[in-house]
Design a protein around this ligand. Structure first.
Ligand SMILES: Cc1cc2nc3c(=O)[nH]c(=O)nc-3n(C[C@H](O)[C@H](O)[C@H](O)COP(=O)(O)OP(=O)(O)OC[C@H]3O[C@@H](n4cnc5c(N)ncnc54)[C@H](O)[C@@H]3O)c2cc1C
Length: 354
């Protein structure tokens, strides 16, 4: 375990925000992770940080120990079906390296998740997803350290309670993800492109198929155009990706929203119906049509809506968490006033609140 000094957590988050850590340690293998979490059970609080791409940390930082998860390793094993390969990834392994490796090895199932920042171990936490794919579809099990029972456990996918951008791990301190196992399929072509925007970029019909490499390249290009691939030269990427989740509405609430949207905006939001009768609405559409367009900063110096995507709130370089949250609050209130829908934040808020 590497023990650091008091450090500014801004250096460890993609928002480049967050005050000092009481103590900073770097964890390089599973034993160090378990030991450090065990110690925290009796000592000062612990914040586990991997890529820092889905956290908003208050300007006062975190008074306890911040543990940087830097475990690494990828293991390939044959699956029960000859076309299946089980890929077990250590939690600290950067996620996009895993996707790139899978594509190179001709393994399908996670190619649409190219370019998402952060670690493999964080992917089950909010059931990471993009372009019609989410990790819940390929995760077979998650190896965790269970703080409540003080033991490591292998949780089967069904025990992870995956949902839209959530799982039993999100907003819970109980489980530390040590490794994740994915079942990928040997294939030269990717799964059918379910997402219309991706299909268009690939010049195939929705539901059509392209090679794994073509899908990865198209996804990376689409994401980069929206500031959704990290780039140290581009402040539009100093974000947590989508700051708000797409709201999921029951039938009645959806009908009310449509009527309101036609009245207010003369148009309807992009919407994705589910078999359970609920409908997911584009939060980006609501934000834009409530008056918060690309680049909107209001009176908040140092932060703004991304100039490429209305769902991303960005630090322009000299912002603070307080300013970012003030902007987020203004957007939540504005959208609720215009459309009667309350947006909920996607990232984990640490020592701060909306
Ligand atoms: C530009 C950009 C684009 C993005 N695009 C997408 C997208 O398309 N789809 C999407 O779903 N997300 C997206 N995200 C969000 C983010 O990348 C993912 O949620 C990612 O999985 C977070 O990983 P991380 O390692 O950075 O987690 P961190 O930010 O380090 O941690 C997030 C939370 O998980 C906890 N945590 C981290 N690792 C573990 C572990 N091993 N065990 C237990 N708890 C843990 C932390 O304590 C914290 O509460 C984007 C973010 C950015 C900045």
């Amino acid at each position: 375990m590497f023990e650091g000094t008091r450090a500014d957590l801004a250096a460890h988050t993609t928002l480049r925000l967050g005050g000092p850590a009481g103590r900073l340690v770097t964890l390089r293998d599973r034993d160090e992770v378990v030991q450090s979490v065990r110690e925290a059970g009796t000592g000062p609080p612990l914040l586990l940080l991997a890529g820092g791409s889905n956290v908003v940390i208050g300007d006062n930082g975190f008074p306890g120990t911040v543990a940087l998860l830097r475990t690494a390793g990828v293991l390939f094993e044959a699956g029960s079906d000859p076309d299946d390969v089980l890929v077990t990834v250590e939690a600290g392994q950067p996620w996009d390296d895993v996707v790139a490796l899978a594509v190179t090895e001709g393994l399908a199932g996670i190619e649409c998740l190219s370019g998402i920042p952060g670690s493999a171990g964080a992917t089950p936490i909010q059931n990471v997803g993009a372009y019609g794919q989410e990790v819940a579809e390929t995760i077979t099990s998650v190896l965790v350290y269970d703080r409540a029972d003080d033991r490591t456990r292998d949780l089967a996918s069904a025990e992870c309670h995956f949902g839209y951008r959530t799982s039993r791990f999100k907003h819970s301190e109980r489980f530390i993800v040590l490794a994740v196992t994915f079942r990928l399929r040997r294939s030269t072509v990717a799964a059918p492109a379910r997402y219309a925007e991706l299909a268009r970029a690939l010049d195939i019909p929705t539901g059509g198929r392209a090679s794994l490499a073509e899908v990865r390249a198209a996804v990376l290009e689409l994401r980069a155009a929206k500031g959704m691939v990290l780039d140290p030269a581009d402040p539009d990427t100093f974000s947590v990706g989508s700051f708000f989740m797409n709201p999921v509405l029951e039938a009645e609430a959806f009908a009310t929203l449509l009527a309101r949207a036609r009245d207010c905006a003369g148009a309807e939001p992009a919407a994705w119906p589910s078999p359970d009768g609920t409908t997911k609405i584009s939060a980006a559409w609501l934000i834009e049509h409530a008056g918060f367009g690309k680049g909107y900063a209001g009176g908040h110096a140092g932060v703004s809506v991304s100039t490429k995507h209305t769902l991303a709130l960005t630090n322009r370089g000299a912002g603070t968490t307080a300013e970012l949250l003030a902007l987020a609050r203004e957007i939540v209130e504005g959208v609720e006033k215009a459309f009667g829908v309350r947006l909920r934040p996607e990232p984990v808020l640490v020592n701060c609140s909306l």
